[in-house]
Write a protein that binds this ligand. Structure first.
Ligand code: AMP
Length: 440
């Protein structure tokens, strides 16, 4: 028997509705924010991730799924979404379209060869946002509020934004010098990766999974103290907009995104839900004003974030999040082989009209058929047997009222639609104004 690969999981039909609801909520909020979906390939030229994410990041140096195709080209399953979206933005010249700003989102699987644990998989789902074409702090604030409002739309209440600024290129250079001076006497006390990073990209030392909480790094100079005037005002304006929108945030001076291309705002969104434990960072993002240019495009700024959907689902499960309930309008019981062709025609007519409808394919007995109809949460059960065929009629039972009638078989669709349009029994006696059910 084959088993799924380590670090992967199946979403079974019983769980699909909650995933669909999660995706639908994300798409609705995206529409509200006027962001459009982009779908890029699951694999790209390996070089894109080396350049776009950075050869020294763990996700590229240790965690990628790489393969040579039959043309001996090196391919990589995408470990994150930004590099592919930026590649597509440049290749398709989206910057040249009438709208000078492009506000995009993506949703789909990412692949990292990590040690699997709860909330950490080798194939996992990310929803991410990338907005190109403006350096306005308003856009920083919009993107942060977008992430927060998705959590609000999902009724996750205890949400906290951690925000910091690493400044523009000039501020980063000043800060880098201060950091190198500070680390010089201490570098041998950090891990071997950090010792390498000291010469290749010292900012990444601050992201180190091993040394992150060490006293040396906790006491290191902070990027926020090295911002030039322009970077300082970008940050001040961003948080002022967050204040105006009443978004709950904390300035976290230790938060960095070590990648070369990050500039100005960096942020994370945490959800304080017990089941998430230490993995309570649901979303990470930041401004990357140098990325488009460094991947061969024009000098256009960008900002984005990515959500891990599994962690979001864990959070939602602890809040009893459920999908929309499953139901059928019609379950058709066809009795006898001679009635099957007519039965399929009746079923097809109802489905073309938009009714959710099904039949029993296993020729089971009546008792099993009724059981199945109930299990499928069916409103109307219709029976079509030899008697009905002879008289051109069909027998219909409304499972909600228990009412049973025999009607012209060609009228089944109309009958069901008319009945569905009537207020439900509960609503007939409903005295409420603006009732959700009947709308009266
Ligand atoms: P990152 O791209 O590393 O900034 O991750 C963004 C978000 O994706 C994280 O906050 C997690 O929610 C999620 N994530 C990252 N790696 C994994 C993984 N291996 N399994 C599940 N979720 C992940």
């Amino acid at each position: 028997m084959y088993q799924k690969m380590k670090g992967t999981y199946d979403i079974l039909p019983k769980d699909i509705d909650k995933w669909l609801r999660l995706e639908k909520t994300i798409r609705t909020v995206s529409k509200i924010y006027n962001y459009k979906e982009i779908r890029t390939p699951i694999f790209e030229n390996s070089e894109l991730f080396h350049r776009g994410v950075g050869s020294e990041t763990d996700i590229v140096s240790k965690e990628t799924y790489d393969f040579l195709d039959r043309g001996k080209r090196s391919n990589t399953l995408r470990p994150e979404g930004t590099a592919g979206v930026v590649r597509s933005y440049i290749e398709n010249k989206l910057y040249a379209s009438n709208a000078s700003i492009q506000k995009l989102y993506y949703m789909g699987p990412m692949f990292r060869y990590e040690r699997p644990q709860k909330g950490r998989y080798r194939q996992f789902l990310q929803f991410g946002v990338e907005a190109f074409g403006s350096n306005s702090p308003q856009l920083d604030a919009e993107v942060i509020s977008y992430a927060v409002n998705i959590l609000k739309a999902l009724k996750i209440k205890d949400v906290e934004v951690h925000i910091n600024s690493i400044g523009d290129v000039e501020s980063k250079a000043t800060y880098k010098e201060a950091l190198l001076n500070y680390l010089a006497p201490n570098i041998n006390n950090l891990c071997t990766d950090c010792q390498k990073r000291y010469t290749t990209n010292p900012l990444r030392i601050l992201d180190c999974k091993i040394d992150k909480d060490s006293e040396i790094l906790q006491n290191a100079p902070k990027p926020l103290d090295y911002l030039n005037n322009e970077s300082q005002s970008h940050f001040t304006e961003t948080v002022a907009y967050l204040d105006a929108m009443k978004i709950n945030y904390k300035i976290n001076k230790n938060l960095v995104r070590g990648l070369d291309y990050y500039t100005h705002t960096v942020f994370e969104v945490n959800a304080n839900i017990d089941t998430l434990g230490a993995q309570n960072t649901i979303c990470g993002g930041g401004r990357y004003n140098n990325l488009v240019k460094s991947l061969g495009g024009p000098d256009i700024p960008g900002i984005g974030f990515a959500f891990g959907l599994e962690r979001l689902m864990f959070a939602l499960e602890s809040l009893s999040f459920k999908g929309d309930p499953d139901y059928l309008h019609l379950y058709l019981m066809i009795l006898g082989d001679e009635q099957k062709a007519d039965g399929m025609a009746i079923l097809n007519r109802c489905r073309l009209g938009g009714l959710f409808a099904d039949i029993d394919f296993l020729d089971k007995g009546m008792k099993a058929k009724w059981k199945q109809a109930a299990k499928l949460n069916t409103r109307f059960v219709a029976i079509y047997g030899a008697n009905e065929k002879e008289n051109d009629v069909i027998n219909v039972k409304d499972q909600e009222t228990g009412k049973e009638i025999t009607i012209d078989k060609h009228q089944l669709y109309n009958h069901i639609v008319e009945e569905l349009m009537k207020p439900s029994a509960a609503c007939e006696s409903c005295k409420e104004d603006n009732c959700d059910e009947c709308g009266e």
